[in-house]
Write a protein that binds this ligand. Structure first.
Ligand code: DQQ
Length: 538
């Protein structure tokens, strides 16, 4: 049907059809990037999960291969679930993943490439000694025990791996050790655990430094100034803690522990889950991939014949304050840019809508810098908003007047604005600093029924002395709107299904609805070419 073709993304990762979820085992090996993913070969709802497999030389154009791991043995017959790749010392890659066994217990299995000189590593072999790790031992629950991380070597030369689990009813990243990568024993304490939440899915553990090209291999010596990050997936979003990896106690020690998990930092404040990162040894950066689900109905997904995409791979690094992560689309994405429009020195007064013309508004990359003229009129920040930012977005969108913002972008808008998605900022004063609210408001995104259309939002700090402008970058891709605020301090991924996309002809605007004028020293926008994502050339 017409629906299925128009909402399909042109440069966000997805297979030709069927359901996908979590990114699995991303790695760079011998000149090739590998992306695996949770995949249902039989339909567009979750089930029958195997590992789909695609390869690329640029992270943008992908060649689709046959599934790499299928449900063939007693230890994965009910599902080949999430896992990670590790490059062993001799350079050989391996994958450890969760299998749902004959009893639907969650166990950890290993696979090896059949032929390391096959550039695509098409075939993966399951040794007879699977499962390697079983859900047995103190405090464990056999159906809450999954999603092993990439392995790393500790100071004693032994391999370590962390596994997401429920431990005595709470959440933990369990720690296992091995000398030979085959025999694993549970360490008597977890890498980290928390009684602020239940089971964490898809833990990710990695080291970071400030700077885009300062990615670290988790097994390498930890340089001065490095921090460790533990990412966990829960409450429909990916949260993280920055801290240190204490080698003596072999534990992760967060810099700050917040009892209320609503306050934990997020990788993305929108529709983004089960992310996994890897060290890209080609470019010396760390890259993170996340899954973005559909927000239409299951019957829509059945009608479309596909569901799920991956967000654009993002370079991820540590802010110079060592407190938060920054993310930016990998620069390879810029190779898809074609027509460019640019405007300098715009001024947006209250109520102004500046139409961005001359590009393909369905497939675009937009970068805008906003400069504030009178920050004094910024309203006071209320920390209680942090407990429910989406609620604050809904209220701030309509009823809070007389301050700085909202200003931002309106995308995928119909001629009469009946349908539109807005991505915007508002500025609040908080003692010595400013807090910026960033929202991606989907409430008017479509006239179609049965869609999930929240107003996503998050806050980030803004240092007026250091930063003159607040930047917004948004990647528009038919049913995907992926935004980066403050140079990558805050990301919001979203899915929208405007009727206007089917009919063609959507509009895009920069806008300001705040009372105080904002300047736009620079606005650039590009049409984006269609990438070759898992489809034949032509
Ligand atoms: N998806 C996988 C699990 C994981 C969950 C199953 C997270 O391994 O915990 O498809 O989305």
């Amino acid at each position: 049907s017409i629906v299925s073709t128009k909402y399909r993304t042109a440069y966000h990762f997805q297979p030709p059809k069927n359901w996908i979820n979590d990114p699995n085992g991303p790695m760079y090996y011998n000149g090739i990037y590998h992306q695996f993913y949770q995949y249902n070969p039989n339909g567009s709802l979750w089930g029958n999960i195997v590992w789909g497999h695609s390869v690329s030389t640029d992270l943008i154009n992908w060649i689709r291969l046959e599934p790499a791991i299928e449900r063939t043995t007693p230890s994965d017959i009910n599902g080949c679930w999430t896992g990670s790749a590790t490059i062993l010392k001799g350079g050989r890659p391996v994958i450890i993943y969760t299998g749902a066994d004959t009893e639907k217990r969650q166990v950890q299995n290993i696979v090896f490439p059949k032929n390391v000189s096959d550039p695509y590593l098409k075939e993966w072999i399951k040794p007879d000694n699977n499962p390697l790790i079983q859900p047995v031992g103190q405090g464990l629950n056999s159906d809450q025990f999954r999603d092993p991380t990439t392995s790393w070597i500790g100071p004693d030369g032994l391999w370590r791996i962390a596994i997401g689990a429920e431990l005595n009813g709470y959440s933990a990243a369990l720690l296992y050790k091995s000398e030979d990568f085959v025999n694993w024993t549970r360490v008597d304490h977890p890498l980290y655990s928390s009684n602020a939440s239940t089971m964490w899915e898809c833990p990710d553990f990695f080291a970071v430094l400030p700077g885009k090209n300062s990615g670290l291999d988790l097994s390498a010596a930890i340089p001065n100034g490095a921090k460790h990050v533990l990412k966990m997936s829960l409450d429909n979003c990916d949260k993280y803690m920055v801290g240190v990896y204490d080698l003596k106690s072999d534990t992760f020690v967060p810099d700050t522990v917040l009892d209320d998990r609503r306050l934990w930092s997020r990788i993305d404040y929108g529709n983004y889950y089960a992310s996994k990162s890897f060290f890209d040894s080609k470019r010396g950066r760390r890259i993170i991939w996340g899954w973005t689900n559909e927000t239409d109905s299951s019957s829509d997904d059945v009608a479309k014949g596909w569901a799920g995409i991956h967000a654009i791979p993002r370079t991820i690094w540590l802010d110079s304050n060592s407190k938060q992560l920054l993310q930016w689309p990998v620069e390879e994405i810029e190779s898809l840019r074609r027509e460019e429009v640019s405007h300098q020195g715009l001024e947006l007064n209250q109520g102004d809508l500046f139409e961005i013309k001359g590009i393909d508004t369905l497939q675009a990359d937009v970068e805008i810098d906003f400069e504030l003229t009178s920050i004094d009129s910024a309203g006071p920040f209320d920390p209680s908003w942090l407990l429910d930012i989406e609620k604050h977005c809904r209220e701030a969108g309509a009823s809070v007047h007389g301050d700085v913002g909202p200003f931002g972008l309106v995308v995928l808008a119909s001629d009469n604005m009946e349908e539109h998605t807005s991505v915007y900022f508002r500025v609040y004063k908080s003692q010595e600093k400013y807090m910026i609210l960033m929202c991606s408001d989907l409430r008017k995104s479509s006239l179609r029924p049965e869609l999930y259309t929240p107003a996503y939002g998050g806050f980030f700090e803004f240092d007026l002395e250091k930063e003159k402008t607040i930047s917004l970058r948004t990647l528009i891709d038919r049913s995907a709107v992926e935004s980066f605020g403050g140079g990558g301090k805050l990301c919001i991924m979203a899915r929208v299904y405007p009727v206007t996309v089917i009919n063609g002809g959507t509009r895009m605007y920069a806008f300001n609805n705040g009372t105080s004028t904002v300047k736009v020293p620079q606005l650039k926008a590009w049409s984006m070419r269609r990438a070759q994502v898992n489809v034949k050339m032509g």
